[in-house]
Design a protein around this ligand. Structure first.
Ligand code: FES
Ligand SMILES: [Fe+2]
Length: 367
């Protein structure tokens, strides 16, 4: 039934509570199509403004396999460029991050200003009609939501604010001040699963009572709510009465500050999580590496008032939840590859946010 389904059939199956066909999670054709139709068009979280706090600060990353360099120029503007030299195509900046006054290529030393213009190339003066002005780095669109930097490779994408919709207001309503948070830890981890399995797993707490004892000791999963918007969905869960007294099985003290867990998924592969407690935000980015491999990047941010002991307790808690999820995702990938699982059936009262996500996938990559 599931393989070779036409777009209309997939849409109808989703509406009826079935999942995307398994081939969409295991097939190289779908993976390639997603890179073009989703990741080269979406707004992608790339990092925090604090990573480029001073003029000349830069960091490198990639979006849909396109190397990028994010840099604060001499005038203070944060810019994103395709990190490829205009001379013969070498990757321009090799380091992960640092401070520079210019961006110089390690191959023949073409040198670009921090605003992307080609400044100097050895032998340039000897070259008749050398079109230096046409050889600036290729810019990508960069916009910020508070401390979060987003890039899109699509010149026609809507402005970031339009894409985010009500999300910034909902985050503000949690009581957490995004202006006061700083990243303390970045973790990266490879998950042996398709990126959509990782997102699917994030989007429901149906598995929480089975798989996450620590989480269920903190959050009341019987008082848990899912809401879908255009390009994002949220899950909220109240802090358990028993957790108000301090650390229990969940290992960290959430008795002060934010009283409700707020978990937002933003299309296509970004999540923002605020757990109860005195000021934490954890950001997850699930970067597809191959059809069955995903790089998870976790940025753990805290308000300054959170002590390093409290932050470490929180990180231990959240690491445990992430580890539990990592194993579950790999298990789903193995099951999907068995050849005996054409399509799944959702439990819509609890897994509606997966339907919302999978519809977005279907709409973007339908031929
Ligand atoms: S490829 Fe960059 S200077 Fe030649
Ligand atoms: Fe989970």
């Amino acid at each position: 039934m599931a393989d070779g389904m036409q777009a209309a059939e997939v849409a109808a199956a989703l509406a009826a509570g079935y999942t995307l066909p398994t081939t969409w999670y295991t097939g190289a054709t779908y993976y390639a199509r997603e890179q073009e139709a989703i990741f080269r068009r979406a707004w992608q979280y790339v990092g925090l403004a604090e990573q480029v706090a001073q003029a000349g600060d830069f960091f490198t990353t990639q979006v849909a396999g396109v190397p990028l360099v994010i840099v604060r120029d001499a005038a203070g503007t944060v810019r994103a460029f395709v990190n490829v030299c205009r001379h013969r195509g070498s990757v321009l900046v090799g380091q992960e991050c640092g401070q520079r006054t210019t961006l110089q290529c390690g191959y023949h030393a073409w040198t670009y200003k921090l605003d992307g213009r080609l400044h100097k190339a050895p032998g340039m003066a000897d070259e008749p009609n050398f079109p230096a002005a046409d050889l600036a780095l290729i810019a990508a669109r960069l916009e910020a939501w508070g401390p979060f930097l987003f890039v899109t490779l699509d010149p026609a994408a809507p402005p970031l604010g339009e894409f985010l919709g009500e999300l910034p207001e909902l985050v503000t309503a949690t009581g957490l001040d995004l202006g006061k948070i700083k990243r303390r830890v970045r973790r990266t981890l490879e998950i042996q699963a398709n990126w959509k399995i990782v997102v699917d797993n994030y989007l429901e707490c149906y598995h929480c009572p089975v798989a996450h004892p620590g989480f269920c000791d903190l959050i009341d999963v019987n008082d848990y709510h899912i809401t879908e918007y255009d390009y994002f969905s949220t899950q909220t869960g109240a802090l358990k009465e028993s957790a108000k007294a301090g650390a229990g099985k969940h290992h960290y003290d959430a008795s002060q500050g934010v009283t409700e867990g707020f978990y937002a998924y933003l299309w296509p592969n970004f999540t923002l999580n605020i757990y109860p407690g005195p000021g934490n935000v954890s950001l997850n980015l699930f970067v597809p590496l191959a059809v069955d491999r995903t790089l998870a990047i976790y940025d753990y941010c805290f308000a300054e008032a959170v002590s390093s002991d409290a932050a470490n307790d929180f990180i231990r808690f959240i690491d445990q939840v992430q580890d539990e999820d990592t194993d579950l995702c790999a298990s789903v990938q193995r099951g999907m590859q068995s050849g005996y699982f054409p399509q799944g059936r959702l439990m819509l009262t609890r897994e509606r946010a997966l339907q919302h996500f999978q519809r977005l996938v279907q709409r973007h990559i339908a031929p």
